[in-house]
Design a protein around this ligand. Structure first.
Ligand SMILES: Nc1ncnc2c1ncn2[C@@H]1O[C@H](COP(=O)(O)OP(=O)(O)O)[C@@H](O)[C@H]1O
Ligand SMILES: [Mg+2]
Length: 348
């Protein structure tokens, strides 16, 4: 005849598949009695209607009935008290909840360019400002890790990030746009400790998973410059729904657009708009338009798409550079982007 101890040992080999721990450890075996080879006990379930009830009972019965001398096994079902359940479930939970479970981001759009210096960050910022003015909740994820310039455009000081128990809180601009960028992080002493290691390996992903973005209508991603690996990696590691391309008349814009479109086609992400930046200069005196950097490639760009997205021309506007340099991009008035902003506010 088996002792109570031997029976408990047999039952400790039955694992609750949901909790990943055995019945004894989970304190599920109660009122164990052994008499003349007849074994009986109560199986205390975490909830009375536990879907695993019958499976657990079957396995418990099998474990006990194979012990020498056992004639019968009688199992009755019981339920844990809320406190017992809390104690059992609490220990099994992961210590840190996944942060992005608190994030509700309606749409994520990335801004891409063929090379640096064409105004990718400026366009990202201007789009955010325009959306914000229309009452949308907007964030900017500065994924240009090695050349971050978003905080400067908004006058956000380096190291201004704060952490909460649930994770990193984005910085907020004067107008309420939420921003995450490496140069907000690196000088924040308390957060740098947490971020330094992961920064090297998967900073971008952490900008998404470990940041409390909260509820946003739009999260704009300022990509690293270029249409190759670095940018593509970012696009693929985030749930990006579309890309806006920034070109200038100076570069081989048509080629940039073709390359980007081709690249994005492979990962099934549409180009939702193209900005030809520094496209012309409007003379403040006579109002006439001048092609400073050569003719616009608007038509060729449009021709590169089977169904062309909206393409807008943005003028060279010295005030834009001045406002950006002094951290006041939120004061900029760029009506030329309206067509794109419309697209971004359209319900999907
Ligand atoms: N339409 C524009 N008119 C005047 N200056 C601009 C315009 N677009 C960008 N700039 C200036 O050009 C520089 C590069 O722009 P930026 O947005 O930082 O480019 P990128 O992010 O592609 O490197 C900045 O000094 C910016 O102020
Ligand atoms: Mg930039």
């Amino acid at each position: 005849m088996p002792t109570q101890n031997e029976i408990m040992q047999a039952l400790s080999r039955v694992i609750d598949p949901e909790l990943g721990r055995n019945l004894v450890e989970l304190n599920m075996i109660r009122e164990l009695k052994v008499q003349d080879g007849r074994v009986s006990f109560v199986l205390a379930l975490t909830i009375p209607a536990c879907p695993l009830r019958d499976q657990l009972a079957r396995e418990a019965e099998r474990a006990v009935s194979t012990l020498p001398g056992v004639k019968s096994v009688e199992i009755t079902f019981g339920a844990m008290t809320p406190e017992e359940r809390q104690a059992v479930l609490g220990r099994g939970q992961p210590a840190m909840p996944k942060l992005n479970q608190f994030n509700r981001v309606e749409r994520m759009i990335a801004v891409m360019s063929g090379k640096g210096g064409v105004g990718k960050s400026s366009v990202t910022a201007l789009l955010a400002v325009a959306l914000n003015r229309r009452g949308k909740k907007v964030g900017i994820l500065d994924a240009d890790i090695t050349g971050p310039s978003i905080p400067k455009l908004f006058g956000l000081p380096p190291g201004g990030l704060r952490g909460s128990e649930q994770g990193i809180l984005p910085a907020a601009t004067a107008g309420g746009i939420r921003v995450i960028s490496t140069n907000l992080l690196l000088q924040a002493e308390d957060t740098a400790v947490i971020w330094r290691g992961p920064l090297i390996s998967s900073a971008i992903q952490q900008f998404w998973t470990d940041v409390l973005w909260g509820k946003l209508d739009m999260l704009l991603v300022d990509l690293p410059p270029g249409t190759s690996d670095a940018a593509l990696t970012v696009v693929q590691s985030l749930p990006i729904k579309g890309v806006i391309l920034v070109t200038t008349p100076q570069e081989l814009a048509t080629m940039v657009v073709r390359k980007a479109a081709h690249l994005l086609e492979q990962v099934n992400i549409p180009v939702v708009g193209v900005v030809e930046n520094m496209s012309y200069f409007r003379c403040p005196e006579c109002g006439s338009m001048h092609d400073l950097f050569g003719p616009s490639h608007l038509n060729e760009i449009t021709a590169a798409f089977a169904s062309p997205p909206p393409v807008v021309r943005l003028p060279l506007q010295p005030s834009l550079a001045t406002l950006g340099d002094s951290g006041q991009i939120e004061r900029a008035e760029i009506g030329e982007l309206d067509a794109l902003v419309e697209i971004l506010t359209e319900p999907k």
